[in-house]
Design a protein around this ligand. Structure first.
Ligand code: NAD
Ligand code: WQD
Length: 346
């Protein structure tokens, strides 16, 4: 029996595709939407191959209200939405802030309006980010949800902060609305089947896709940005979380919204492992886990990088009954398997 209908915006994207798989495996009916501005329809085929069933899907732009409304017309049984659809390139957001405000904020405003307009209570799970914490004060590490939100360092980060505030205000105004904001740390890896994974366009900005493309010979070497930070080995520290573990947390969040009647109507959870790894440690794990040669060198610091941040995930562990447990070597092997599949490497 179905546990209910969940709308997934950005379903063809990196985290959206993995979450769609986990929702279906957990017994939800899903309808996906995407405009393929940063993804390909191939990802939908991957989802269908993994789950063994067709995925109800509509190609549409969530920042166009009339288009977006069509999914609620066709699927009036939508009980909750997970809102992944957004632009996410930090550097581009500095160059083109209006693109980010338009796309990320409009989509959210329409989603809230469409979710509440008939007085029908529909839940929203929102993709937020650890970027809202900025550079944490060292005494706040590992960082928990009640740590201060620092002024955003990019328009992208600002859209996440503003989105959280908008959702909070709307929960106050609309008694039928329930929201869970999930603050992701650094999602990495791919589904073990290698049928879905991360598909960065152009030169990857994020560490793991750069590592796998270097290992595949597409990039000459990995440049490690800065080895003179105040950390044990001089490189920056992050909390790398496996995308399939992250996807399962979304299922737990939807379960909570739909099944726990007396939960707070606006909740925030950190989604991380609770362990910080330096860039160098991650690189060494990759080499050890895959046995592949990875040329790298040290380069100057990258502007705007945070020195160290990792999550205190206890609230999600306790309240959502969820824990990120996949060992890092398995995660990195999954990323490498995906890269090899995409490049046709044996
Ligand atoms: P992604 O780009 O792979 O996925 C986003 C999907 O949304 C893409 O398929 C894109 O085509 C689609 N999309 C964008 N605008 C749309 C619109 N107006 N209408 C319909 N579809 C639209 O990104 P991702 O890594 O899967 O990230 C998903 C969400 O998680 C984003 O909101 C992102 O900001 C957030 N997030 C990501 C990370 C990360 O490191 N990947 C970290 C924290 C938060
Ligand atoms: C990780 C570490 C780099 C590439 C970004 C966004 C953030 C969030 C997650 C969405 C850093 C180093 C990287 C390379 C390197 N996204 N690095 N060489 O910066 O933690 O966060 O993604 O919300 O908002 O800013 O992730 O993967 O870019 O970098 O040395 O070629 O790897 O300096 O220390 P980051 P990242």
């Amino acid at each position: 029996m179905s546990k209910g209908r969940v709308l997934v915006t950005g379903a063809a994207g990196y985290i959206g595709s993995h979450t769609t798989v986990e929702l279906i495996n957990a017994g939800y009916d899903v309808v996906g939407v995407d405009n393929f501005s940063n993804s390909s329809p191939d990802m939908l085929k991957g989802i269908e191959q993994i789950t063994g069933r067709p995925l109800p899907f509509m190609e549409l732009d969530c920042s166009d209200r009339d288009q977006f409304a069509k999914v609620f017309e066709r699927y009036p049984d939508i009980a909750a939405s997970i809102h992944f659809a957004a632009c996410k390139a930090v550097g581009e957001s500095v160059q083109q802030p209006l693109k980010y405000f338009e796309n990320n904020l409009r989509s959210l405003l329409y989603l809230i309006e469409l979710s509440t307009r008939d007085g029908h209570g529909r839940g929203i799970v929102f993709s937020s980010s650890c970027t809202v914490y900025g550079e944490p004060d060292p005494e706040n590490l590992p960082i928990s949800e009640n740590a201060p939100v620092k002024p955003a360092t990019s328009p992208y980060g600002r859209t996440k902060q503003m989105s959280e505030e908008i959702l909070h205000d709307c929960v106050t105004a609309y008694p039928s609305l329930k929201v869970i904001a999930l603050r992701y740390f650094n999602p990495i890896g791919a589904h073990p089947s290698a049928l879905i994974g991360e598909m960065p366009l152009g030169v990857p900005q994020n560490l793991v896709p750069y590592i796998t493309q270097t290992a595949a010979g597409i990039r000459k070497e990995l440049r490690i940005f800065g080895n003179d930070y105040p950390t044990p080995d001089g490189t920056c520290i992050r909390d790398y979380i496996y995308v399939c573990d992250l996807a399962k947390a979304h299922v737990a969040a939807v379960d909570r919204i739909l099944q726990v009647k007396d939960s707070d109507r606006y909740e925030i959870f950190n989604l991380g492992t609770g362990t910080g790894l330096s860039v160098l440690e991650l690189v060494n794990h990759f080499i050890q886990a895959t046995g592949v040669n990875l040329p790298y060198s040290y380069a100057p610091r990258r502007a705007g990088d945070i020195v160290k941040v990792w999550a205190n995930p206890e609230k999600a562990n306790k309240v959502l009954g969820w824990k990120a447990g996949t060992p890092i070597d398995d995660v990195l092997r999954s990323a490498w398997k995906w890269e090899k599949k995409v490049r046709g490497i044996q």
